[in-house]
Design a protein around this ligand. Sequence first.
Ligand SMILES: *[C@@H]1O[C@H](CO)[C@@H](O)[C@H](O)[C@H]1NC(C)=O
Length: 133
Amino acid sequence: MARLLGASLLILWLQPDWANSQQKNRERQLKQNPPSLTVQEGGNSILNCDYNKNMFEYFVWYKKYPSKGPTFLISILSTEDKNEDGRFTVFLNQSAKHLSLHIAASQLEDSAVYLCAASTQCWVGTRNPYPNL
Ligand SMILES: *[C@@H]1O[C@H](CO)[C@@H](O)[C@H](O)[C@H]1NC(C)=O
């Protein structure tokens, strides 16, 4: 379908309010930008996420298709500055409180909503702090 539109694809992501809903009494702690991105198939995409607290130990990017639950994409520990998994690379800059997800060679299947989440705890066992989402 998207191929008929010139093989461009739209990558979207949301303010992660849902991720913070378990922490309702806190200010929004994560900010994602820009709100959407259009890239050509095969191009690279960069999604940014800023946070405002130094207490986080663990960061996760999720991918979500319409009317489906988010699925785990890639994570990074606060002690790391880079984690790579296939076409996905996450960079963490602790001093800038900045996290970015780089998607190489974007494909049509990458058209989705992306969410970043941060946790003060590390789930080393499952590497998924929100198994119910
Ligand atoms: C991290 O962010 C700081 C402040 O913006 C910047 O000076 C520094 O170069 C960044 N480090 C890396 C590895 O990008």
